[in-house]
Design a protein around this ligand. Structure first.
Ligand code: AP5
Length: 222
């Protein structure tokens, strides 16, 4: 027997670095990374009914309706790998109703990370972002360029990564973020995300040992 695994939610405006930090957290702590946006893009790519509906909303920078997103995330969270190794939930919940859906199931994180990045930086990050379709790795033309010519030749851009669309996504974020934060008030760790990805990770990494210790103490007291 061992203490329950770590459960983390990560939130922040579009392109604040959630996916980038998740790659680093996953590598060090072995948590299962569950990204609501990635799950939706997989539905879009597979051409399912849900994917077709979701794409209309994603293209407008709006939240995809709960009846598509909530079940999709719940099912993924309850899979054995996430239950056994712990999870890192990225881009969910994004509204009060999405948070409530998890609260009703008794699903609550140990920590809620909020990445705080200035608006100018967000736009620059979105426009320069590229993705490797082979490995899923996130790049940026200026801040995290592909390691080889071969990767540089195959990277792609997301359909919602234009300056115009990111402004709509930002609006949606601002409309909903306070309601979500109100549910996790006591668990929020706000991190300045304007620094380099290594420096941002160092701050997150610095916050995690005390959470792990607390969990271990609580477990021993049982
Ligand atoms: P989603 O895919 O979640 O998009 P998002 O929230 O807009 O966030 P991003 O994935 O754009 O950015 P990120 O924060 O992960 O940044 P990244 O690490 O890539 O959602 C897309 C859409 O799906 C939504 O608009 C909505 O329609 C729908 N959706 C998703 N979840 C939903 C939900 N729960 N309910 C309803 N609908 C939902 O970094 C960005 C760039 O910056 C990269 O190029 C990276 O290399 C670079 N970078 C990262 N960190 C740094 C750094 N420290 N310094 C310099 N550059 C950096």
């Amino acid at each position: 027997l061992r203490p329950e695994p770590l459960k983390i939610m990560i939130s922040g405006a579009p392109a604040s670095g959630k996916g980038t930090q998740c790659e680093l957290i996953k590598k060090k702590y072995g948590l299962v990374h569950i990204s609501a946006g990635d799950l939706l893009r997989a539905e879009v790519a597979a051409g399912t009914e849900n994917g077709k509906r979701a794409k209309d909303y994603m293209e407008k920078g709006m939240l995809v309706p709960d009846e598509i997103v909530v079940m999709m995330v719940k099912e993924r969270l309850l899979k054995p790998d996430a239950q056994e190794n712990g999870w890192l939930l990225d881009g969910y919940p994004r509204s009060l109703s999405q948070a409530t859906a998890l609260e009703d199931l008794g699903i609550r994180p140990d920590l809620f990370i909020l990445l705080d990045v200035s608006e100018d930086a967000l736009i620059e990050r979105v426009v320069g972002r590229r993705l490797d379709p082979v490995t899923g790795k996130i790049y940026h033309l200026k801040y995290a360029p592909p390691e080889s010519e071969e990767i540089a030749a195959r990277v792609t851009q997301r359909f919602d990564d234009t300056e115009e669309k990111v402004k709509l996504r930002l609006q949606t974020h601002h409309q909903n973020v306070e309601a979500v934060l109100s549910v996790y008030k006591d668990l929020i760790c706000k991190i300045d995300g304007n620094a380099s990805k290594e420096d941002v990770f160092a701050k997150i990494d610095g916050a995690l040992p005390s959470i792990l210790e607390q969990k271990s103490d609580q477990w021993q007291l049982r």
